[in-house]
Ligand binder design. Structure first.
Ligand code: SIN
Length: 302
């Protein structure tokens, strides 16, 4: 039987009693979706999954970002949607992204159709003196919204923020020593900045969320440039307060699912090049979760 044990933070829970290598019943999926709305970050320990299992689980939540490759006759291999995050090199080349998400951000807030969930499966976790490194830290943006002063909530209610992919990319290059090349004009054209409302009503929980993140938010559009800079500096400091945070300390065979709509996160880069980290990842877009025809029956099945 599936159980959900909340942890001590404002977000996060451990889910037991389900084997994600097997087909997931509608009732279990409904419970997981509901728990995602309530707790935002779900850990499924001791899962033994092939990449295809990670894909099959992820696709239940919506369209998966990708694919990273299409075969020459146009067929798309599901496994092309399951990415690799790792500092492993083979023949001098990284086998996946070595420094993905290593500062505060929300995945795909820079797209018109935002990210909904990240599904990350821990295959090899770096350890030093027996302690796991390379954790993933989260900030609870429903709690951050709740803690804003009432007058500010009213002021922000109808405001919008611009989100720009290049902001995080350049931050990694300039401030974090990432070996990424500068974006090409072609990449820039494909990744035009987008605008989202600053305050989002969560489709599952109904809670209000501060939808803004230091990685990609560049401007509050209804304010002057200087007012926007000051407001963003305030909001970024507010959302990083320790009272909203929770760190997931990884174990091998953890599957972690988190809700991008209600969180910010970062990958903690506290391990060296010889301390191997290997994860499999699917990024699911919010193509279904705002659609009542998907959400209602899914939650009713719980
Ligand atoms: C990410 O930002 O998607 C990566 C998180 C992690 O590797 O811990």
């Amino acid at each position: 039987m599936l159980t959900i044990e909340p942890n001590g933070a404002t977000l996060g829970a451990t889910v037991r009693g389900v084997d994600l290598a097997k087909p997931l019943s509608d009732a279990d999926f409904g419970q997981i979706l509901k728990a995602l709305g309530d707790r935002a970050v779900l850990r499924f320990p001791d899962q033994h999954l092939e990449p295809i299992d990670v894909y099959r689980f992820s696709i239940r939540f919506g369209e998966i970002q990708g694919p990273s490759r299409v075969d020459p006759n146009g067929a798309i291999d599901p496994l092309a949607y399951v990415g690799i995050l790792s500092n492993i090199k083979e023949n001098g080349e990284y086998i996946g992204s070595p420094d993905a998400g290593q500062d505060w951000h929300t995945d795909m807030s820079y797209r018109d159709v935002r990210g909904f969930v990240n599904v990350l499966y821990g295959i090899h976790i770096p350890r030093r003196n027996g302690l796991a490194l390379g954790g993933t830290e989260f900030g609870d943006m429903a709690a951050a919204y709740d803690a804003l002063p009432g007058a500010l909530k009213l002021q922000l209610e109808n405001m919008t923020a611009t989100h720009d992919f290049e902001k995080f990319w350049e931050h990694m290059r300039q401030d974090r020593n990432s070996g990424r090349p500068a974006m090409t004009p072609e990449q820039r054209k494909r990744r035009q900045p987008v605008v989202h409302k600053l305050i989002l009503t969560h489709p599952i929980s109904g809670r209000k969320i501060l939808y803004c993140n230091p990685g990609y938010a560049t401007r509050i559009n209804e304010l002057s440039a200087s007012e926007s800079d000051a407001m963003l500096a305030f909001l970024f400091a507010h959302q990083l307060e320790m009272r909203f945070r929770h760190t997931h300390v990884w174990n091998e065979n953890d599957l972690l699912v988190w809700d991008h709509l209600s969180t910010i996160h970062r990958a903690i880069d506290d391990y060296g090049p010889d301390e191997i980290r290997l994860m499999r990842r699917c990024q699911v877009m919010a193509t279904k979760v705002f659609d009542p025809a998907f959400l209602r029956p899914a939650l009713l099945a719980a």
